[in-house]
Structure formats: structure tokens, C-alpha cells
Design a protein around this ligand. Structure first.
Ligand SMILES: [Zn+2]
Length: 311
């Protein structure tokens, strides 16, 4: 089996309360769907170890990491910002979420698998070096990119982010870094307010940050067009040695947190296009990491399609 599903049950214990869109039932809905379609039998299911504090501090300040540990130890329930909620097990869940990405990367490099989907929560792409934000505590995908650089000495890493929201945290972390190309396609204007096309990186990183703002109402055709016209040529000139996907599915037409019109077929096609580039440039190495997606049915269906394309 060449594709892994990386998941740990502790993700369900990150308790955001009864009315929060980023809730444990998201992962349970995906699991039920994969069982119903039988896709789960075609995946290598891996339970990851947790990331170490040293792994997390590849991206985040030590003070910030330890402050999250303390807040979780002392509280059944606390708000890190207006919409980022933690519970007693959230610190551990966040360590295991970053751990999933690291496990996937190691499994790809040791030849165990070609690619993987990390079905994690909390999500990561809004998390800043010293600040939780937008349901995110640690920036899982950024930690993965830094881990690849450190352990495997790769210097051309692509992060493609198709979550409906701009990944402000990921952009910030790599804004001056030409070794990580960050591409985000997102609804704009929308939360978190960042992500205009003028933000192209800074210093040596200039030209290695690509934002593609999409108008409300955009759907599969508009996205595939943008992939063909802008994203694929950009990736082809960069020639990535590893591809990471910030896979949010909240751009689906039925998602309550956005106004886009993407469908399961759109996510299948986008995955296929990225996979084709991975085969061309980096021996099929792709690690996809769950970000958003808040309608349980469309989330589960979209992940199923995404995994069909990864398999
Ligand atoms: Zn999102």
C-alpha cells in the first residue's frame, strides 16, 4: 500500500466545546465515510508518535510552546483568542498532530509509502510563531517543512494551501525564505484578512510567496483554470523536492464558513494535478495535512475524493 492515513485517537480529545465548528465529529465523519466506501482498506493506517518540543520549536518559540502546555494543564476550557479554544488534552493532541506530519515525512523518505494524508486536529496554517489563531495551535505543515530541511537536507519544498482561508501563519514563517515556496489559493477578502496577490515575499524570499485571491462564488472551473494558468507553471519552474498540501475542504459549496462553490470533483482534480507534478519532480512525495472543512458530509466526501486521487 502506497498511501497512508495517519491518525491518532487523541485528536478526538481536543475539546472545543458544544458549538464550535472545529469539532471531533469532523474526523469521525471522515472515518465513517472511508469505511463505508471501503477506501480505508486500501490505505496503510498509521498511528503517529507525538512530536518532541524540539520539533515544535523548529517553528515556534519555546516560551509559546510551554505557555500552551501550562494553559492546558490548568484549564478544562480556555480561549487562546476569540475562536481558538483549548481543553486539558489539547496540548497533547497538538503534539500528535505535528507528529503525524513528521511520521509521514519519515515514512516517505524510508520508502514505506509514497504519500499520506494526515487526518489531524487541531489544524495549523493560521498559527504564528508565538500566537495561536483561527482554531490553530501549532503550524503542523510549517513544522513538517522545517523538519524536512533539517533531517533530509532538502532545499526546495513546496507548500500548496487550498484551504478557503489564507494561511497567514505559514506565509509569515517562510516570507523571507526562498527554500520554501508557499502558494495559497483562497477566498478574498475573507478571514483572516491577509493574502492579497501583492504579498510576494521579502528579501531573499521575494518571489517565493504566491497568493491567489478568489472571488466569492468561484468553483471547480475557476480553480482548475488557476491551477493550469498560474500554479502549475510556478511549481514547474521551482521544481520541488517535496510537496506538502495544506488540505482544507472549507471551500466546498456546502461549507458554512465560506462562499465558494467547490465540489468533491474539484478536490479530486486539484489533487490529481499536484500528484502529477510530484511524480514529475519529486518521486511522488506528497504529504497532505488536514486544515479546515466544517460541513460533515461535504468534508467526508471531499476527503474521500482527495484520497482516491492520492491512491
Ligand atoms: Zn479554513
Amino acid at each position: 500500500m502506497n498511501t497512508a492515513l495517519i491518525y491518532h485517537p487523541i485528536y478526538l480529545k481536543h475539546d472545543t466545546g458544544p458549538h464550535h465548528p472545529e469539532r471531533a465529529s469532523r474526523l469521525q465523519a471522515i472515518l465513517r465515510k472511508l469505511q463505508k466506501t471501503g477506501l480505508i482498506d486500501r490505505l496503510k493506517v498509521i498511528e503517529p508518535p507525538k512530536a518532541s518540543i524540539e520539533d515544535i520549536t523548529l517553528v515556534h518559540s519555546r516560551d509559546y510552546v510551554l505557555s500552551i502546555k501550562d494553559i492546558c494543564k490548568d484549564n478544562d476550557h480556555a480561549n487562546l483568542d476569540s475562536d481558538t479554544v483549548i481543553s486539558r488534552d489539547s496540548f497533547q493532541a497538538a503534539l500528535f498532530a505535528a507528529g503525524a506530519v513528521i511520521k509521514g515525512i519519515d515514512a516517505v523518505f524510508n520508502g514505506e509509502i509514497n504519500n499520506a494524508f494526515c487526518m489531524v486536529r487541531p489544524p495549523g496554517h493560521h498559527a504564528r510563531p508565538s500566537q495561536a489563531m483561527g482554531f490553530c495551535i501549532f503550524n503542523n505543515i510549517a513544522i513538517g517543512a522545517r523538519y524536512i530541511q533539517k533531517k533530509y537536507d532538502k532545499n526546495r519544498i513546496l507548500i500548496i494551501d487550498w484551504d478557503v482561508h489564507h494561511g497567514n501563519g505559514t506565509e509569515e514563517i517562510f516570507y523571507q525564505d526562498p527554500s520554501v515556496l508557499y502558494i495559497s489559493v483562497h477566498q478574498y477578502p475573507h478571514y483572516p484578512g491577509t493574502g492579497p496577490k501583492e504579498s510576494i515575499g521579502e528579501g531573499k524570499g521575494r518571489g517565493f510567496n504566491l497568493n491567489i485571491p478568489m472571488q466569492a462564488g468561484s468553483g471547480d472551473d475557476e480553480y482548475i483554470n488557476v491551477f493550469n494558468e498560474i500554479i502549475i507553471p510556478k511549481i514547474s519552474s521551482f521544481k520541488p523536492e517535496f510537496i506538502l498540501i495544506s488540505a482544507g475542504f472549507d471551500g466546498h459549496k456546502d461549507d458554512p464558513l465560506s462562499s465558494l462553490n467547490l465540489t468533491e470533483q474539484g478536490y479530486f482534480q486539484m489533487t490529481k494535478l499536484i500528484r502529477d507534478l510530484a511524480k514529475l519532480y519529486c518521486e511522488d512525495r506528497v504529504i497532505s495535512v488536514l486544515e479546515g472543512g466544517y460541513n460533515l458530509f461535504s468534508l467526508a466526501n471531499s476527503v474521500n475524493s482527495h484520497l482516491e486521487a492520492l491512491i
